[in-house]
Design a protein around this ligand. Structure first.
Ligand SMILES: [Fe+2]
Ligand SMILES: [Zn+2]
Length: 450
């Protein structure tokens, strides 16, 4: 588009509103930026005025490093915005009207939509468009004369037809780890977390980046541990209670309440919304064994994907069911009942959740016969990666050290043990944890994205 604007001959044509085909070619000429199959009809008279305003005076024409906008009139009534770097993108009229950010349409404090999208005609089309101050796009809508002003930068960041926004880098890259690199985890002091948000931010950052966050110097009792956990947010109650305090007394029908070794797993795979964070504090152990095991399942999944993409695909697509049925009054499985072990983001395909708990896996009777072997083969390779000595980070916890684990990423387990072992801890919901991370660490960067 910019390439065309730079050609004086065409610009003269624009200024004189010459034949529409030439105009259309000139303004919408960046075919590469338009998805295949898009039909760009002739631009109506009222749009010509908009084009003239958008491309403007000769001063505009001599300064091609400017933004421009044009509205065309097909059934979708799109507005096309061109940026000085030559990229352009289109927006449907209904999309623009629906996303008006004026205080009548979008509450500036609650950040909630106030407008009623049902009131807008599906083929709504701007009455006029104008680039203001080379930074905003001002639209006046017909009949109501309602005015919407969009920052061109905001439009670019939220563009979709095509998306020409700069890819938002992850605010913090996740650092994947194995047994060898696990010893470098930063640790945060209990005092700093209790003293203010700076210490809390460090703890949350470690949980977000490594999937595991150690805290040192915690008074070795249940009350102070609970107070510490509540710095993250409200504790998620489940049938195991709120803040739990347990020994190997089989008070719940779960292997965790025995002395048997636990292979690395995630908790509550049988919930529709598995818990997001698990916080542990070992308050006492008089006996042998009982080492804690942690595995970064995202690291393991990356290895699986690189070395056995077909198995990664199987575990991302074949749903399995897990259950919780050991307590007389409980019977849990998720809705829907079957979920793949790897939960992928439906938009980016990125791995966002691992649900893996072999003891809790239910009967497999839903996998087609010709896929059963494939599933078991993928499972076997996945298990061999998880249980490899290079994956398993083993550590003997001591009173005073609290560890918080991202339950959607880091598997936890323990070796068998003898003697008395007392562990306290709790769960936090995934959404509460993420909200806390965003608010404490990223609020200023994220508040414009809703
Ligand atoms: Fe567990
Ligand atoms: Zn509005």
């Amino acid at each position: 588009m910019l390439r065309v604007v730079q050609k004086p001959q065409r610009l003269c044509q624009l200024g004189r509103l010459v034949r529409m085909p030439a105009l259309q070619t000139a303004v919408l000429g960046n075919a590469k930026a338009v998805p295949a199959g898009s039909q760009r009809p002739a631009i109506p008279l009222q749009a010509r005025a908009a084009i003239v305003r958008a491309f403007g005076t000769s001063a505009h024409l001599e300064a091609p490093q400017r933004h421009s906008a044009v509205v065309s009139s097909d059934t979708k009534s799109q507005v096309t915005v061109a940026y000085p770097d030559g990229k352009s993108t289109s927006f449907h009229g209904i999309w623009l009207r629906d996303h008006c950010r004026c205080p009548q349409c979008f509450h500036p404090i609650t950040k909630q939509r106030l407008s009623d999208t049902g009131e807008f005609p599906l083929d709504i089309k701007p009455q006029s468009i104008e680039i203001v101050g080379d930074k905003d796009l001002r639209i006046v809508w017909p009949s109501t004369q309602h005015e919407s002003v969009f920052s061109l930068e905001w439009l670019r960041q939220h563009s979709y037809w095509p998306n020409i926004g700069t890819a938002r880098p992850a605010i913090r890259e996740k650092i994947l780890w194995n047994a060898e690199t696990a010893n470098t985890f930063p640790r945060v002091s209990y005092e700093s977390i209790m003293a203010g948000d700076q210490g809390l931010a460090e703890w949350l950052r470690n949980i977000d980046v490594y999937g595991i966050g150690f805290v040192e110097g915690v008074p070795p009792n249940a009350e102070d541990t609970e107070t510490l956990a509540k710095r993250i947010g409200i504790i998620r109650e489940t049938h195991y209670g709120g803040f739990w305090d347990f020994t190997s007394d089989l008070s719940h029908g779960d292997t965790a309440y025995t002395t048997i070794g636990l292979p690395a797993h995630t908790d509550t795979t049988y919930f529709t919304d598995p818990i997001g964070l698990q916080t542990f504090h070992l308050l006492a152990h008089e006996g042998t064994g009982g080492e804690s095991i942690y595995v970064d399942s995202f690291y393991a999944a990356k290895l699986l994907k690189e070395q056995h993409p077909e198995h990664y695909e199987t575990l991302s697509t074949v749903p399995v069911r897990t259950h919780c049925a050991g307590d007389e009054d409980e019977l849990h499985f998720s809705t829907p009942s079957h979920r793949p072990i790897f939960g992928l983001d439906p938009i980016t395909d990125e791995l966002i959740q691992v649900r893996f708990n072999e003891p809790d896996r239910s009967i497999l009777n839903h996998i087609p016969g010709d896929k059963v072997y494939k599933f078991y083969e993928a499972l076997a390779v996945w298990r061999s990666i998880l249980t490899h000595p290079e994956s398993e980070f083993k550590i003997a916890l001591r009173p005073g050290t609290v560890v918080a684990v991202d339950n959607w990423r880091v598997l936890h387990g323990r070796t068998a043990f003898t003697g008395y072992r007392r562990l306290v801890g709790c769960y936090h919901g995934w959404d509460e944890l993420q909200s806390r991370i965003r608010v404490v660490l990223d609020k200023s960067q994220l508040k414009e994205t809703v």
